[in-house]
Design a protein around this ligand. Sequence first.
Ligand SMILES: [Zn+2]
Ligand SMILES: [Zn+2]
Length: 282
Amino acid sequence: MTTTSSSTIAGSGLGLFDSHAHVDGPEFDGDREAVLARARAAGVKRMIVIGAVGDPSSAERSVALAERDPDIWATVATHPHDAAQMTPDWWATHERLARHPRVVAIGETGLDYFYDHSDREAQRVAFARFIALARSVDKPVVCHIRGRDNKPADGSDAHAEARAILAAGGAPALGCVIHCFTGTPDDARAYAELGCYVSFSGIATYKTAQPIRDAVAQVPHDRILVETDCPYLAPIPERGKRNEPAFVVHTARVIAACAGLTYEDLARITVENTHRVFRIPT
Ligand SMILES: [Zn+2]
Ligand SMILES: [Zn+2]
């Protein structure tokens, strides 16, 4: 049984919304119900499960979770890591599931020029096509955007390219989340100016992540979300463990301080923001 100081937060009655969790994955097959129970006990009352890892079985699993739990909603897409592997069958699955009433967004999709697991042109093409799918079903887009570093030697800029693709596809009008933000403070401001929401993960709690903490101050309060991206990126003091939705409380504490908000206000505002961008009634 994991016990954290989050139990005291649950006692305050405040809720949090984990805007990006991969609890559909095999990492949780052994104890998924216990993980969801710990989230609720920690006050993490709702979550968006991202069905986008590997082939579309991730999307199918996420939709199945959302169908049986009224506090879980799903997204569907193929991660940019796997964009080059996409087949017509994968697209057909996403196009079918995108219309499902428990699917609240298309994603995660985008550009990952850090790992370059898929050819960059394949990533750009899939990203634009997923935005077009989002437009056709009138749902928001969850974006994964990662550059090689802040000043890549090859001159590429994943974040600038992403903003151009998002703007061209009309994504900001649909609702657009830049998840697990890892760009510069200037990038954060540019995304907010474009009308995007910016979601912060456990990375923001790491000692070396001062630029990400600085980025929080560049995002208007009504555009900030928090997430785990579990099972990856567990926040301090849980770093090194498998991440899980209950741990988002630690990230929320750090983001509140960076945003100049009390924990209570940050919790309330990020829950409202998450409901607004995913168009989930409160
Ligand atoms: Zn991601
Ligand atoms: Zn993710």
